[in-house]
Design a protein. Structure first.
Length: 110
C-alpha cells in the first residue's frame, strides 16, 4: 500500500482506529486474491490522501482479520464501509467509483 495516509486495520486495532475515531473512517474490506479489490485499491489510496486530516481511510485484509470481517457481516468483497461515531453510516458492496466513495465520506463529515 503506497499511501502514507492509509491505515492498515487489523482485528487488534479496529476498535481504536475505527470505532473510537473522532473523525469519519472509510474502511475497505479486501483480500489479496480478489481482482475487484485490486481495481478499487487506487481509489482508496487516493482518498486517503484527499481526506488526510479530515477523515481516516483504512484497509482490512479479510483473510488475516477474520474476526472483524465476521463481526461486520462481510460476505462479499470488496466491501467498503463508512463509519461515523463508531457506527456504520454507509455500506458499498462491489466496485464503486471514487466519486461515490468520496461523496459518502463527505456526507459523513457533516
Amino acid at each position: 500500500m503506497a499511501s502514507e495516509n492509509l491505515v492498515v486495520l487489523t482485528d487488534a486495532n479496529f476498535q481504536d482506529e475505527v470505532l473510537q475515531s473522532s473523525i469519519p473512517v472509510l474502511v475497505d474490506f479486501w483480500a489479496e486474491w480478489c481482482g475487484p479489490c485490486r481495481a478499487v485499491a487506487p481509489f482508496i489510496e487516493e482518498l486517503a490522501g484527499d481526506f488526510a486530516g479530515k477523515a481516516k481511510v483504512g484497509k482490512v485484509d479479510t483473510d488475516s482479520n477474520r474476526d472483524t470481517a465476521l463481526k461486520f457481516g462481510i460476505s462479499a468483497i470488496p466491501t467498503v464501509m463508512i463509519f461515523k461515531d463508531g457506527q456504520v453510516v454507509k455500506r458499498f458492496v462491489g466496485v464503486q467509483s471514487k466519486r461515490e466513495y468520496a461523496a459518502a465520506l463527505n456526507a459523513a463529515m457533516k
